[in-house]
Design a protein. Structure first.
Length: 155
């Protein structure tokens, strides 16, 4: 297995993994970005995210995409947006290797916290995260405002 930083040439594979995750999370039509958008936002002079790729036998089988945030209480943090492994490559340690790579990156960057969200029905992921020492918070709710809602509110 090879874990490496993504390159712009990986955009197609990254997008395919994002689409697979959306299907897994029961929102197959939710992905609206394309390869060009990923390249523009992830591989430009000021990238919006960092992405690690997992390869098995020269095939991209997983990825972890994350970015910096800032906590007014803690300081610099990292938000792990997505960690996905192709369904037919799960249980091979790929997810664990990607997870570890992100945490090593965070440690080297001296961030104060790594955070992410997990769906309440994804028991395998919750168990994995808890077993790694992560705390799954029950008392915080994720809040989102869509582009449509934003435009309506600011009318």
């Amino acid at each position: 297995m090879n874990i490496r930083l993504a390159k712009k040439e990986d955009a197609y594979s990254i997008l395919e993994l994002i689409r697979e995750l959306a299907t897994f999370e029961k929102e197959p039509d939710a992905v609206i970005i394309n390869e060009d958008y990923l390249v523009e936002n992830g591989f430009s002079e000021n990238p919006s995210f960092t992405c690690y790729i997992a390869e098995l036998e020269n095939e991209i089988v997983g990825m972890a995409l994350f970015y910096y945030r800032f906590s007014t209480w803690k300081g610099k943090t990292i938000h792990l947006e997505d960690l996905i492994v192709k369904q037919n490559k799960r249980s091979l340690g790929v997810g664990k290797a990607l997870y570890k790579k992100v945490l090593e990156f965070a440690q080297k960057q001296k961030v104060k916290r790594v955070e992410w969200v997990v769906l309440d029905w994804n028991e395998n992921a919750i168990t994995f995260y808890e077993n790694s020492g992560a705390i799954v918070l029950d008392d915080w709710r994720t809040v989102q405002m869509t582009e449509k809602a934003l435009n309506k509110y600011l009318k």
